[in-house]
Design a protein. Structure first.
Length: 236
């Protein structure tokens, strides 16, 4: 099996505050754990053939949200993943910047689906990561992936720090659950347990995504001022 990468160097837009800055009050504490959504098959979403992990992550987010709010959006096919990916890259298998994918998703839509907004979470803020997962169903992460992670993935093991393992490149993963020991992420079509020391070592960016699905279903438990967030996004 081939495991492709494709998340380019992080770019945080100037003028966009972190998720907590858009809360109407103090963000509530997240629960102690959040289970992985009941998705039967996550799917590779073409990430074995193309460096489209940033776009595959969009498809996995739609699957996660559908499981939470009763399947409201169509799940993209591999052909649709490829089409959207090459539109974002201009036709080359060159990878994408996560912020660019999120901007396209919010402004113009991907796979006929638009998000209400998105905001960064500081990479070492594990409480903020938990809040993004618990309140909005998923968090969109960028990591500098070490070779050890691919080896651990192939063996079905959790991602834990292996000292001096070389970095293979940037990768986009979707965090969909957590407990006291691990964050559960989706990569290459499977659920992977990722240790907190691993995230502290290799995570390069975290994005909270506010879906229209969750707003419509009344899942906005964090009380985000979506109008202020959207106003800042419009100025980018």
């Amino acid at each position: 099996m081939t495991y492709k990468l494709g998340a380019l160097a992080p770019q945080r837009p100037y003028g966009l505050a972190t998720l907590s800055a858009y809360a109407k009050g103090k963000l509530p504490a997240p629960p102690a754990k959040v289970p992985v959504p009941a998705v039967a098959t996550w799917g590779m979403m073409d990430n074995d053939r193309l460096g489209c992990c940033t776009v595959s992550g969009v498809g996995h987010a739609i699957l996660a949200w559908n499981a939470e709010v009763q399947g409201r959006d169509a799940v993209p096919t591999d052909a649709e993943i490829e089409t959207e990916y090459f539109e974002l890259t201009g036709g080359a298998d060159a990878g994408c910047v996560e912020a660019d994918v999120l901007s396209q998703w919010q402004r113009h839509g991907l796979f006929g689906h638009r998000i209400a907004g998105y905001a960064p979470v500081e990479v070492h803020d594990h409480v903020g990561l938990h809040q993004a997962i618990a309140f909005y169903g998923a968090a969109y992460l960028g990591v500098a992936l070490p070779a050890s992670a691919q080896e651990q993935f192939a063996a079905g093991h959790a991602w834990t720090v292996v000292p001096n393992s070389p970095i293979e490149g940037g990768h986009c993963i979707l965090a969909v659950g957590f407990d006291q020991n691990y964050v559960q992420i989706i990569s290459w079509g499977k659920v992977v347990n990722v240790s907190y020391p691993w995230l502290a070592t290799y995570c390069t960016e975290i994005w909270a995504i506010v879906s229209h699905q969750f707003i419509d279903a009344g899942h906005d438990g964090a009380g985000i001022d979506i109008s202020s967030l959207q106003a800042d996004l419009a100025r980018l």
